[in-house]
Design a protein around this ligand. Structure first.
Ligand code: ADP
Ligand code: MG
Length: 304
């Protein structure tokens, strides 16, 4: 594990910005932290990078405590939290030199590579103040990547971008991860912006992580099976019984017209089908639908 957070808590006055947050990130993975505005994403990243102290709990990067062994923990970590801020009257190049300090080897192969990678080549000597939102985000990403980072933390890097800019940032992050094996944490308040690039996801709301895991598992956790068969009432109570006995990983079915709907927690659609047939029910239709992660996100964050 490159990152381990244990029971982080942070209270601002009456606002519980983080409660009981435990999180681990495996080396080489991209973790997406998703939650509505004010959910506590930036607060969590500030604790992870040692910008603020948690009220309790601890964070380790590469085995080093971020708050007690800060420079060791952050040696190969690059982070941009909230809006990247630059000196507007200086060139982007000068900004990168100043802001990355001693860690930047000017005109190194690495420097040229990152500049090309983030698409800054042509505008590198323009004043940062003349940059558009999208270019500023790229400059921020370059700054996080520059110190030969093994671990990059990007807070809402797609904020304020148009759809084209969004796709470009997504590609940069994805490509960087696969080319260098860099571990990345990226946050967003819009799930569909980043669900395609993350291996793992954590959904945060009101300072708590309410769901986390691999994207596939989270999707699988909410498959919906629809069955149409003879004698639906009878089938429904048999399936209810089967769910209770944990014969299959399903929720008790609900009857909607002539359809039975049930939520699946594993791959058991075929087993449900076989069960019904063996019990003598003619099954005329059976369909499996992946609930989108968007549905899941809406369900878990609304009204919570
Ligand atoms: P997000 O990044 O998900 O939009 P934040 O982490 O910025 O959310 O904020 C989480 C909550 O904590 C919000 O209610 C915010 O107003 C509050 N908060 C964040 N930082 C401070 C601070 N320095 N002082 C007081 N309240 C804060
Ligand atoms: Mg934020």
């Amino acid at each position: 594990m490159i990152l381990e957070c244990h029971n982080l808590k942070k209270i601002f006055g009456r606002v519980k910005a983080a409660q009981n947050i435990s999180l681990q990130v495996e080396r080489g993975n991209i973790l997406g932290i998703i939650g509505p505005n004010g959910a506590g994403k930036s607060t969590l990243l500030k604790m992870i990078t040692g910008l603020i102290w948690p009220d309790s709990g601890h964070v380790k990067i590469n085995g080093f405590d971020v708050h007690r062994e800060h420079s060791l923990a952050m040696r190969k970590t690059g982070a941009i939290i909230e809006w990247p801020s630059f000196y507007p009257y200086m060139s982007a190049r000068r900004n990168l030199e100043i802001l990355s300090g001693a860690r930047l080897k000017k005109d190194s192969q690495r420097f040229r590579e990152i500049i090309a990678f983030t698409g800054l080549e042509k505008r590198l000597d323009d004043k940062a103040g003349t940059y558009s939102t999208g270019m500023k985000q790229r400059l921020g990403i370059a700054l996080a990547m520059l110190p030969d980072s093994e671990f990059i933390i990007l807070d809402e890097p797609t904020n304020g971008l148009d759809p084209a800019g969004l796709i470009e940032i997504r590609e940069i992050v994805k490509e960087y991860n696969s080319r260098y094996g860099t571990t990345i944490i990226i946050t967003s308040h819009l799930l569909n912006e980043i669900e395609q690039i993350c291996h793992d996801i954590a959904i945060i709301n009101n300072g708590s992580i309410i769901a986390s895991g691999g994207i596939r598992e989270l999707l699988h956790a909410s498959d919906i099976l629809t069955v149409v068969c003879e004698r639906p009432d009878e089938a429904c109570s048999l399936l209810e019984q089967a769910a209770k006995e944990k014969r299959f990983p399903i929720c008790p079915p609900a009857r909607l017209g002539d359809e039975l709907h049930m939520e699946l927690f594993g791959e058991c659609a075929a087993a449900v089908n076989r069960f019904l047939i063996e019990k003598g029910f003619e099954v005329s239709r059976i369909t499996l639908k992946h609930k989108s992660l968007e549905d899941f996100f809406m369900k878990t964050t609304s009204g919570a």
